[in-house]
Design a protein around this ligand. Structure first.
Ligand code: MG
Length: 262
């Protein structure tokens, strides 16, 4: 069942969204060679709790971290660890979620650690553009398939893979509500979009095959061919005035790709 939010509820959700973005901005500012993913996790959890919010992911289905930290061939759900250190040339996808005032904000970004390969840089730029293309389609009267189609078309035009098994989702009092928001689809198909829907759009795009599997830890999803993946996500509200990105702070909804910056 899709929960339609009132304009007042969407306003309330902006606080959770802003904290989620600020947490992600903090995480990105810490990305540099030599830092462990656990250090970033600890800082993000502290930041979220300091602001009276709850790290949404911690304990979700038993997930141990406050962030997901997915390196290189890891697509999503990487577990932060004191033994995983970032290296020059890596890319790291970080996902942060904050629950505040009973509402959830969910967002993700892939950052460069030092200098990535040209191939990986291109993958990240196109995946971010896929997110933008998906958001543009999130208007009343369109269908879910219009979002997925826009993402898929752009990614595949560059020869990239579109992950099928993990998708965007409705967001509200809990992180995962209806509907599912696939990154593939056909124009005009699927649920008709209406004002008051709040969804996370989150393209997961791969340099090689989109086929993937889960590691033995039960969480971390990796590409079958070991090639890199990228993941960008914002939570947006569909309104009569167009899509409104809820996961934004005073500096906006977009982050630098280069780690170590704000
Ligand atoms: Mg999400």
């Amino acid at each position: 069942m899709i929960h339609i939010k009132s304009a007042a509820e969407i306003e309330e959700m902006k606080q959770a969204g802003s904290l989620s973005k600020q947490a992600l901005r903090l995480a990105g500012s810490m990305v540099r060679p030599g830092v462990s993913t656990k250090e970033i996790d600890v800082a993000v959890e502290s930041f979220i709790r300091l602001h009276g919010a709850i790290p949404t992911f911690k304990g979700y289905g038993g997930f141990p971290g406050s962030i997901c930290a997915s390196l290189n061939e890891q697509i999503v759900h990487g577990i932060p660890s004191p033994e995983v250190f970032l290296n020059d040339g890596d890319v790291i996808s970080i996902d942060t979620g904050a629950t505040f005032g009973g509402w959830v904000g969910d967002n993700a970004w892939t950052f460069f650690v030092g200098t990535p390969s040209e191939a990986v840089r291109g993958l990240c730029e196109v995946t971010r553009d896929c997110l933008k293309a998906g958001i543009e389609q999130a208007v009343p009267g369109n269908h879910l398939g219009d979002i997925g189609h826009a993402v898929q078309q752009l990614a595949e035009a560059h020869g990239y893979g579109v992950v099928r098994e993990y998708v965007g989702h409705g967001v509200g009092h809990v992180m995962h509500e209806d509907p599912n928001v696939p990154n593939f689809g056909k124009k005009g198909r699927g649920v008709r979009l209406q004002a008051g829907m709040v969804i996370a759009i989150e393209p997961m795009i791969t340099l090689g095959t989109h086929e993937n599997h889960t590691l033995g830890n039960g969480w971390t999803v990796v590409t079958d061919d070991g090639k890199a993946a990228a993941h960008y996500e914002n939570t947006i509200a569909i309104t009569e005035d167009g899509p409104v990105i809820l996961t934004q702070d005073e500096d906006g909804p977009w982050l630098p790709m280069q780690g170590g910056q704000k």
